[in-house]
Design a protein around this ligand. Structure first.
Ligand SMILES: [Zn+2]
Length: 154
């Protein structure tokens, strides 16, 4: 009997010959040539060399940038807390950390902590969706800030 696997993603285990989603574009692929994490579970693989290289450079870049991203998000959270706790009398500043947080996520849409979370749609589409949400949040928080600053009508 096959060893039980901890993770099952849409029934795809990444076993040779089985279809699984390309981590980059999300298209199902039966190819087993471009595995990002050999021996990993679940296996993260790509449909072609181009997507494999894009994914590997994303993962390498992500590993380097992730601590910075968390520091930036942490600073926004602290700034937001300070703004809410201490700047009650200047509500103009309370949306500002949210503006910064939205901008950070818009620039670095790397909110998902595990690569397999990108599998259902692929890296490209998932990042687009995260960016779209961050953009809406940014526009909204800028609008709130604009109203409070008296630049925009409330
Ligand atoms: Zn692909």
């Amino acid at each position: 009997m096959a060893k039980r696997r901890k993770f099952v993603y849409h029934g795809h285990h990444g076993i040779e010959g089985q279809e699984a989603a390309c981590l980059w574009c999300g298209k199902p692929t039966a190819s087993h040539e471009y595995v990002v994490n050999p021996g990993g579970d679940p296996v993260l693989k790509c449909c072609c060399e181009e997507h494999f290289e894009s994914t590997v450079s994303f993962v390498n870049h992500d590993a380097r940038m992730r601590p910075l991203f968390y520091v930036a998000v942490g600073l926004c959270a602290i700034a937001s807390w300070i703004a809410i706790a201490f700047l009650d009398f200047q509500p103009v500043w309370t949306p500002m950390p949210f503006v910064a947080l939205s901008a950070v996520i818009l620039i670095w849409p790397r909110v998902l902590p595990r690569y397999e979370y990108y599998l259902p749609l692929g890296l490209v589409k998932t990042r687009k969706i995260v960016r779209a949400i961050a953009l809406v949040a940014l526009v909204f928080s800028l609008y709130v800030a604009g109203v409070r600053l008296g630049v925009l009508p409330g």
